[in-house]
Design a protein around this ligand. Structure first.
Ligand SMILES: Cc1cc2nc3c(=O)[nH]c(=O)nc-3n(C[C@H](O)[C@H](O)[C@H](O)COP(=O)(O)OP(=O)(O)OC[C@H]3O[C@@H](n4cnc5c(N)ncnc54)[C@H](O)[C@@H]3O)c2cc1C
Length: 403
């Protein structure tokens, strides 16, 4: 999110400094599945989700898990989340998210054209495979709604799956192909390449952690880092994922942002070939072929703030993946964890602060932060430049959570 905002601000003619303690590419998105999942607009809070919560509490091996210890602290968030699980609300949220995802490819195009490695975004589609016909049938109502919103999908039979993914031949009889989704071949390299493009175009990147905004009356005059360094600013964009919470008190913002953990296993030499990004909804994980190896991951874990990662969840994914592809080689495997910045209505905040008028907010993109990077960057840059974006951004207002 940060580098995409920086690139679009550069295109508006601003001199931009990107401040981040981590190396370029070493953020949550590194451990994402790397999909430009433009049709993934239906929120997790959907009718029937309430009945599933006891199962999430009991089965820590399932695709979704809620640590019992986290429940009391998370209760206000969970209640807001459940309040969204109505049909009308679910459809409203899906339409709002689609109003962003429809622009993803057009918004990434100029950033990739200016980048030395545009091929990091593969031209191939994403596929989803189901263990049974029942799995596909369960998905059909969502699919119909996505189609009504303009996203394409094709039903795959066993032969089509085998054709696309020979290593899965004979294992799955039902699937879907999303022709307008894309995936990146190196999640870390993709962001590193965008960052290099930003630097090549005159941008500055500072390794450091912002501690606070320096305030003068109703605007931010600068930022102070944890090491005491200060930078004067005309504008600030807060695009720090879950770390954006650091600034909520200063902004007077009541935003229920949490991190939902997801886990990955990276197999540098998997010994099997996977051609596409493949989703296994029954197991709650994806195969993501990357240049650095085969990444297998996903799952959602509600663990509460400051919880230590539980890499047993990565082992569970690996176990399920080996049931599908037992020949996989595990030499030098690596585990990773990322924290999706999540709001209870699954929509991001793309807004200007009401308290500090030159501070802008770009966070809370949940499971779509890689997908929505460029679109959010474009919208934020337009707002900073004082232009009103053509699309309605009210659904992404920070004020929607104020009591
Ligand atoms: C398992 C998994 C699979 C996923 N799959 C997909 C997918 O296929 N497609 C998709 O679109 N999304 C996916 N996501 C979600 C995606 O990774 C996130 O939505 C995205 O990374 C959020 O981007 P962000 O820039 O807001 O936050 P982050 O990626 O978390 O980046 C925040 C950055 O801010 C920095 N920061 C934090 N605090 C400060 C501070 N005080 N000062 C300065 N810098 C700070 C951090 O160091 C970090 O670099 C997945 C996530 C997971 C965990």
């Amino acid at each position: 999110m940060g580098v995409c905002c920086a690139l679009y601000l550069q295109r508006e003619g601003y001199a931009v400094t990107l401040i981040d303690p981590a190396a370029a590419g070493d953020s949550t998105a590194k451990w994402s599945c790397g999909q430009m999942a433009i049709g993934e607009v239906i929120p997790l809070s959907r009718p029937g989700v309430m009945q599933k919560i006891p199962g999430w509490l009991l089965d820590q091996n399932g695709p979704l898990a809620l640590r019992v210890s986290a429940l009391p602290g998370m209760l206000p968030w969970v209640l807001r989340f459940l309040a969204c699980a109505r049909q009308a609300k679910t459809e409203e949220i899906a339409r709002d998210i689609a109003s962003l995802t429809h622009h993803v490819h057009a918004d990434y195009a100029p950033l990739l054209q200016a980048c030395a490695e545009p091929a990091l975004l593969r031209e191939s589609p994403v596929i989803k495979v189901f263990e049974s016909a029942a799995g596909l049938e369960q998905e059909l109502p969502q699919l119909a709604f996505r189609t009504a919103l303009g996203f394409k999908a094709e039903v795959l039979d066993a032969a089509a799956i085998a054709d696309l993914e020979p290593s899965l031949a004979g294992k799955f009889g039902h699937g879907l192909l999303f022709p307008d989704w894309r995936s990146v071949s190196d999640t870390e390299g993709f962001i590193a390449a965008l960052t290099q493009s930003f630097i090549d175009q005159g941008g500055a990147r500072v390794r450091g952690q912002v501690k606070r905004l320096d305030q003068v009356a109703d605007h931010a005059s600068g930022v102070t880092l944890t090491n005491g360094e200060r930078y004067a600013v005309d504008h600030v964009v807060i695009a720090a994922g879950v770390g954006s919470r650091t600034f909520f008190d200063q902004l007077g913002a009541q935003i229920p942002l949490i991190g939902i953990a997801g886990y990955q296993v990276l197999l540098p030499t998997p010994g099997v070939k996977v051609n596409h990004s493949v989703i296994f909804p029954d197991g709650g994980f994806c195969f993501s072929p990357m240049t650095r190896g085969l990444q297998i991951g996903g799952t959602m874990e509600f663990a509460g703030p400051n919880a230590k990662p539980n890499f047993k969840r990565a082992e569970i994914i690996l176990h399920k993946a080996r049931e599908i592809l037992p020949q996989m080689q595990l030499d030098n495997l690596e585990y990773g964890v990322g924290y999706r910045p999540y709001l209870p209505d699954t929509k991001p905040v793309i807004d200007r602060s009401t308290r500090l008028s030159n501070v802008f907010m770009a966070f809370g993109h949940g499971q779509l932060g890689l997908t929505l990077g460029a679109t959010t960057g474009r919208l934020i840059a337009q707002m900073v430049a004082g232009r009103t974006p053509a699309q309605n951004l009210t659904p992404f207002s920070a004020k929607r959570f104020s009591r």
